[in-house]
Design a protein around this ligand. Structure first.
Ligand code: ATP
Ligand code: MG
Length: 327
């Protein structure tokens, strides 16, 4: 798959976030190319691990999981929170690599060229007083080793070399935008025209490694993630699109659910806008959409199994009863 094909594939499931999609697509494609040409190439190519930053419910996990379904490379996802809660970090990390080998059908060579997505990486920030768990910082050190590339011993005397495994890390990094805003470094450049202002805005929107240190990532760890890309908080119009556009959108899911009961569901556009309005207030991105949608649908879902003559349910407002057509 070319980068544009990867983006096109992601577009079917993930709304917006064009910049992040492009960055990921290029990184993954490049990684894949390196894997294919490694034997023939005289130039040893380093990998570029990726850090995804963005507010909760903006599609980070969704994007990576969608990506993992669509790619032909072994791909596993892991959660940094569970790494931070265990006393046996190295065993947990080993388990992640074993899953990668599983995904590659036991082919270690293929697994060594795979992709590992580590979610909730911001939960590894150096924290005070976690008595029985490993501190986030020591997990960062443990991960550092495999991200760097090291032979890891597995059970049965086997080894896996992680030098060419691509690591994608994701996290919400709550509070990072304040740090980034505070450390704007490029305010002093004289700007005379629009073009300069654009360059300035771009430089200032960048998350700098020093911001990540201040947040609580150790410098060596942040340094292993050269590509940083941002997901944006979803505006109301985006939330409407999330409900209606993806192949498996909430609307499509409920339409299908009712279709199986022989009922046609129709919802007018203003209802989605009302739901988006409510969801936006909750400030958890697209995450609250499902709950609000369920609230709308529950009374109908309660009645349908008893009232077999219902043929159609039509909503024209979130706050009013739906119109019900009978056979
Ligand atoms: N851009 C998007 N397009 C389509 N659906 C989305 C989008 N963003 C979020 N969603 C919906 O919201 C749900 C939660 O999103 P996701 O798990 O990707 O959030 P996240 O960015 O990983 O947040 P967190 O930082 O809390 O883990 C998804 O399952 C999906 O249904
Ligand atoms: Mg997530």
């Amino acid at each position: 798959m070319t980068p544009s094909a990867i983006v096109k594939y992601l577009d079917q499931y993930v709304v917006g976030q064009d910049e992040a999609k492009k960055t990921l697509a290029v990184a993954v494609y490049t990684h894949y190319r390196k894997v294919q040409t490694a034997a023939a190439s005289a130039v040893e190519m380093a990998k570029s691990n990726i850090l995804l930053i963005g507010p909760t419910g903006s599609g980070k996990t969704l994007t990576c999981e969608t990506l993992s379904r669509g790619l032909k490379v072994p791909f596993v996802t892991a959660d940094a929170t569970s790494l931070a809660q265990t006393k046996y970090v190295n065993e947990e990390i080993e388990a992640i690599l074993l899953r990668l080998i599983d995904k590659a059908d036991g082919d270690i060579a293929a697994a060594q060229r795979g992709i590992v997505f580590i979610d909730e990486i911001d939960k590894l920030k150096a924290a005070e007083g976690q008595p029985h768990a490993t501190s986030g910082e020591s997990v960062q050190h443990a991960l550092l080793r495999i991200m760097e590339g090291a032979p890891v011993k597995l059970g049965g005397g086997r080894y896996i070399d992680t030098s060419h495994i691509l690591f994608i890390c994701g996290g919400a990094f709550v509070g990072l935008e304040k740090i980034t805003a505070k450390t704007h470094a490029f305010g002093f450049i004289a700007t005379s025209d629009d073009q300069n202002q654009k360059i300035l805005d771009r430089l200032n929107a960048r998350v700098k490694p020093t911001d990540l240190f201040e947040f609580g990532l150790i410098p060596e760890f942040a340094g292993r993630l050269p590509i940083v890309t941002s997901f944006h908080g979803l505006a109301k119009d985006m939330l409407v699109r999330v409900m209606t556009e993806p192949r498996n959108s909430i609307y499509n899911q409920f339409k299908e659910l009712l279709r199986q009961e022989g009922v046609t569901l129709s919802i007018e556009p203003q209802v989605f806008e009302q739901i988006a309005e409510l969801a936006f207030e909750y400030k958890v991105g697209a995450r609250s959409l499902r709950g609000i949608f369920e609230e709308l649908m529950t009374p109908v879902l309660f009645r349908i199994p008893d009232e077999r003559d219902i043929a159609q349910v039509a909503f024209s407002s979130f706050f009013e009863e739906p119109r019900i057509l009978r056979r």
